[in-house]
Design a protein around this ligand. Structure first.
Ligand code: TRP
Ligand code: ZN
Length: 474
């Protein structure tokens, strides 16, 4: 048993560890009466996502892939935040082969996406424990409330895992909510000839003695939300370069997209430099991109370190997904209600890039949205006003234009109120204040007010951030 695991022997616990009042509980035996950690973290949009009673610090995932089947071992290091007689993991589909806590077999049961674990003895609040789940099967896709597909998505020559908002639970068990970030070691073994790409840095690539399989070991040393974890399996053209300060750039591109991607991907160092200048120090230890082919539901995702693109990206999309590394990946929303803190910033980054590179100014983008000329389709122009950025109308709408474009408009209103110099201080200060952490809209408005004493943001918050309908004044 790892030393960090504190499984409390029932009889000893009362004497040595617990306050006397805690020893009076009934239950199956004398001793500690823990509670159930509980399913779900009461996210306003995805109430089942995540679990109570513990905080994960590290995921070690060892995966073997072969013809759409996955065999996995997940070792999850966590700290209990309550005395736990049981706790939940989110895990959907696939077959659980065995489960141990602290090296001892644990009882478990499944219902929907909830994997309920009963450790052999109560886990004490504040103690760390390690859960190991061995599993296998064919991971599937999840259809989101907005109709998009996420989870484990097959490609012509492999698969890609995309997890926003809840898809990671189809390929590994965990605490599937953005509020619980952790570091990761992801090892993926694939049949020789295929490649496996993930987040963080590639630590080793080894082929077995028979020469039939290759293992890629990736490490993510900075905290990552489950929705940003990815693996991409297939044939890729790999490029390894460096950006400013020696930052490693690793790109993996489907050969069929290579020609069309080359020009934009070559600008990654330049985009990173521009984003560091505007947003402050890059929060991670490598960058890059994954480009694969997904003809159907094609969307990009800001998978940590290495955003995913469903086909050759253009510069604006690269700017958007790389901006998410600061806004979303490093400063992560506390709940899915705070999506605009991701998408408003990433969209505003596109506007700023355009402004700095001879395209439309941010003011012009703002005006076009306000005047209804930004989109060709009038119904898209109307949709910008469908709900306030900070209060999406339902889970089906968390990636609609009020979150993206109107979110960017909120940032532009702040810029207009405080001026450019103070605005960039706010942008960089915000990224620094919550680096590798979580934040919500109330944190943001409080931060802006603190950074600009004497300025009145009441109208912006009321009309632009929380208000229904189109604000009366631009
Ligand atoms: N976050 C992605 C982007 O901005 C878009 C996206 C993909 C998304 N899947 C999602 C947003 C699911 C919300 C929910 O590029
Ligand atoms: Zn985005």
């Amino acid at each position: 048993m790892p030393r960090s695991v504190r499984l409390v022997p029932m009889a000893l616990a009362c004497v040595l560890v617990l306050a006397p009042t805690a020893c009076t509980g009934s239950g199956s035996g004398a001793g500690v009466r823990g509670t159930s950690g509980g399913a779900g973290l009461h996210d306003p949009y995805f109430p089942q996502a995540g679990n109570g009673g513990y905080d994960v610090s590290h995921y070690a995932l060892t995966l073997a892939y072969d013809s759409h089947t996955l065999t996995g071992t997940a070792t999850i290091a966590a700290r209990a935040t309550a005395d736990l007689s049981s706790f939940h993991l989110d895990f959907k589909g696939m077959t659980v082969e065995s489960l141990t806590v602290g090296g001892r077999n644990a009882r478990w049961s499944r219902s929907g996406q909830e994997l309920t674990v009963r450790p052999p003895s109560v886990l004490r609040k504040g103690g760390t424990f390690e859960t190991t789940v061995r599993y296998s099967g064919a991971p599937g896709a999840i259809t989101d409330p907005d109709g998009s597909e996420e989870g484990w998505l097959r490609t012509a020559d492999g698969a890609v895992a995309l997890g926003e908002p809840v898809g990671s639970m189809v390929w590994f068990p965990g605490n599937n909510h953005p509020s619980d970030k952790a570091t990761y070691d992801i090892a993926i073994t694939v049949p020789k000839g295929l490649q496996a790409v993930s987040n963080g840095e590639l630590r080793a690539e080894t082929t077995n003695t028979a020469g039939t399989r290759t293992t890629y070991r990736w490490r993510t040393a900075q905290p990552m939300a489950t929705y940003l974890a990815t693996v991409a399996i297939g044939h890729y053209d790999i490029t390894r370069t460096t950006a400013g300060n020696g930052l490693p750039v690793y790109t993996a591109v489907d050969p069929q997209e290579a020609a069309a991607s080359r020009k934009a991907l070559a600008r990654i160092p330049e985009i990173m430099e521009w984003e560091e200048y505007n947003f402050g120090p890059y929060p991670f230890s490598s960058t890059g991109a994954i480009v694969d082919r997904r003809g159907d539901a094609g969307y990009a995702l800001e998978t940590q370190n290495r955003p995913f693109f469903p086909g050759a990206p253009d510069t604006a999309l690269l700017v958007h997904e790389l901006a998410h590394q600061w806004f979303g990946d490093s400063v992560t929303p506390k709940t899915w209600r705070d999506m605009w803190l991701n998408e408003g910033f990433a969209t505003y980054a596109e506007w700023l890039w355009s402004e700095d590179h001879g395209g439309d100014t941010a003011q012009e983008s703002f005006d076009a949205l306000y005047d209804g000329t930004y989109f060709d389709d009038p119904s898209e122009s109307e949709a910008v006003w469908a709900f306030p950025p900070a209060r999406p109308s339902s889970a089906a709408h968390i990636s609609d234009s009020p979150v993206y474009e109107r979110g960017a408009m909120v940032l532009h209103k702040i810029r207009r109120t405080v001026g450019d110099s103070r605005f960039y201080d706010i942008v960089q200060g915000w990224a620094a204040a919550h680096r590798h952490g979580n934040a919500d809209t109330a944190d943001f408005t409080a931060y802006v007010e603190r950074m600009a004493p004497g300025k009145d943001f009441g109208g912006i918050w009321r009309d632009w951030l929380y208000g229904n309908g189109k604000p009366a004044h631009a």
